[in-house]
Design a protein around this ligand. Structure first.
Ligand SMILES: [Fe+2]
Length: 339
């Protein structure tokens, strides 16, 4: 029988009772241990794996009723059968509510004890199997959710790169912005999770440009107010595109990556630290890469010109703390390596 090798702990202050139960159960193939009270019981539970405890309700010191919740919390996979000489229905009900599987009454009918033990061990085994199956299912669902998310993100990322690749002015922009932003984040001591968010924010920050009129985006001359407004819808559009597959921090980062630190852009509703940190980092990285790349309406600035422009806008367009961190990273190395 599957349960015959089960380890059973008999907790009772009366040595005779313990011996009687252990003899009977051992004869049936169970591995029995004895404890004369709560303290010894907890020590044995700590040291050995026990599948079932037969727990006397009335013991000197800590009673079985008091010990039961401790066993259920500390050893949730251990089943408990209460043993009682009391025929108090309230106490028995209380024990069953607290997680006891069954109860047996003194003086014991050993055949009934055996039936109870077998029934409880069967129930416990089934419960553990269901638990294991549920855990396995949850892991499977988790794994598949991650896989689906990865595929979606990969598709959006590919879309963003394809969008940039067909335009010689923006080819490689998101990759470079990501590298600069992550370098700033590392300089600022951001956590691995925050850096991962920053990476996704950088790669996807301009994906909303898919909705922007290419003629306006590549217009060689100065933009009208209306055209500028149209281009500036891309952070909001991009945030909407990525929302189903990235976390809220990345969505916010994309939504706000053109916000000015001093709150002076008409479209923004927050300023300073109210703008998500990732968006403030992306703003510097994005501006630097845009300035050092050719645009339809102007040629690329030199690195030193772009650096001094960033410095000039510290406190107005950019967060000064991020500009400081940006100045500490090997910017030239990153940009030139990608050029
Ligand atoms: Fe942008």
């Amino acid at each position: 029988m599957a349960n015959n090798k089960a380890r059973i702990l008999v907790v009772d202050d009366e040595a005779m009772v313990r011996r009687l139960l252990c003899q009977k159960l051992s004869r049936e193939g169970y591995q029995c241990q004895e404890a004369d009270g709560a303290r010894q019981a907890l020590a044995k539970l700590r040291d050995d794996q026990v599948e079932l405890v037969i727990l006397d309700i009335k013991m000197p010191g800590k009673s079985g009723i008091e010990l039961l919740p401790e066993i259920k919390t500390g050893y949730p996979d251990t089943a408990v059968i209460m043993a009682t000489a009391l025929s108090d229905a309230n106490i028995i009900t209380q024990c069953m509510k607290q997680g006891a599987y069954d109860y047996i009454c003194k003086p014991f009918d050993l055949a009934e004890v055996l039936l109870s033990v077998e029934g409880v061990l069967d129930k416990r085994r089934l419960e553990l199997e269901i638990k294991k199956y549920q855990q396995h299912l949850e892991e499977k669902v988790d794994e598949q959710t991650k896989e689906i998310r990865k595929v979606f993100l990969g598709a959006i990322e590919a879309l963003a790169f394809a969008l940039e690749a067909k335009d010689k002015y923006t080819a490689g922009h998101s990759r470079r912005v990501t590298e600069i932003a992550v370098a700033i984040g590392k300089e600022m001591g951001l956590s691995a999770n925050d850096l991962e968010d920053l990476r996704w924010g950088g790669l996807l920050h301009d994906v909303g440009k898919i909705a922007i009129d290419q003629l306006i985006q590549n217009k060689p001359g100065e933009l009208t107010a209306e055209e500028y407004e149209h281009i500036m819808t891309h952070p909001h559009v991009g945030a909407g595109i990525v929302k189903p597959v990235v976390n809220d921090r990345v969505v916010e980062m994309i939504e706000h990556h053109h916000d000015y630190y001093d709150g002076s852009r008409r479209e923004q509703d927050s300023d300073g630290e109210g703008i998500p940190l990732g968006a403030r980092i992306l703003a510097v990285a994005d501006a630097f890469d845009a300035m050092t790349s050719d645009r339809p309406y102007r040629s690329a600035m030199s690195i030193s010109e772009a650096l001094s422009e960033i410095k000039k806008c510290s406190g107005s367009q950019f967060d000064p703390a991020i500009v400081d961190a940006f100045y500490k990273i090997p910017v030239a190395g990153i940009v030139l390596a990608e050029a």
